[in-house]
Ligand binder design. Structure first.
Ligand code: DX5
Ligand code: ZN
Length: 209
């Protein structure tokens, strides 16, 4: 199974975003963390930034929405250039509605769960989405430690999902924790501080595969 590496630009230098996106050319996707200060206790970047990123790269834009009321914003993120939009199960009352909005607008669909959310809640949606994102830290900040018990949700999701489902892990990923996640059945890994904090970015990306 090929592993899709999606470096998180949350750990990039926002004043040099073009340079820092070019620096991860050997990865597969670009992971864009959107935070609203409500769903998570931090604020990051939004629609205009996605639009600007779209102009400087042809890489696949993997947009992770950590926001309340995702239904109000998904269309605008897709217009701005998102290829895949992941929203949080905990952020909406109507999961199916948000899935359909993203799908109808022509982007790929991801759904994510926070550390305390059980994987079973996602079973009804596994054949309706392209990706499940398992958070292995509390969303909101880069540089936190990997929570192994969260990664233990992966096998159950894998067992109940169609073969084509991408299972992505986000939070505290480095060469060691990447191996744990791959062995448990993940095939996409997000990493921010590990990749951008390394001396040799290409080598760090390769070490996650
Ligand atoms: C956390 C974000 C992550 C974050 C990961 O809320 O969703 O994508 O950038 O950072 P690291 O890899 O440093 O844990
Ligand atoms: Zn993320």
């Amino acid at each position: 199974m090929k592993t899709i590496i999606s470096p998180s630009i949350l750990s990039a230098d926002f004043a040099n975003l073009e340079r820092d996106i070019k620096a991860i050319h050997s990865a597969d996707w670009v992971h864009v963390d959107v935070m609203d200060g409500h769903f998570v206790p931090n604020i990051s970047i939004g629609i205009p930034v996605v639009k600007s990123i779209r102009k400087v790269t042809e890489m696949f834009l993997d947009v992770h929405l950590m926001i309340e009321n995702p239904d109000k914003y998904v269309n605008r993120f897709i217009d701005a250039g998102a290829d895949l939009v992941t929203f949080h199960y905990e952020a909406t009352e109507d999961v199916e509605f948000v899935i359909n909005l993203i799908r109808q607008k022509g982007a790929k669909v991801g759904i994510s769960i926070k550390p305390k959310t059980s994987p079973e809640v996602l079973y009804p949606y596994l054949d309706k989405v392209d990706m499940v994102l398992v958070m292995t830290v509390e969303p909101g900040f880069g540089g936190q430690s990997f929570m192994r018990d969260c990664a233990e949700k992966i096998p159950a999701l894998r067992q109940n999902a169609p073969e084509s489902l991408i299972i992505q892990v986000d939070g505290g990923i480095n060469a060691q924790t990447a191996k744990i996640c791959r062995d448990l059945g993940a095939n996409s890994l997000v990493a921010g501080s590990y990749i951008y904090g390394s001396e040799d970015i290409d080598k760090a990306i390769a070490s996650l595969r």
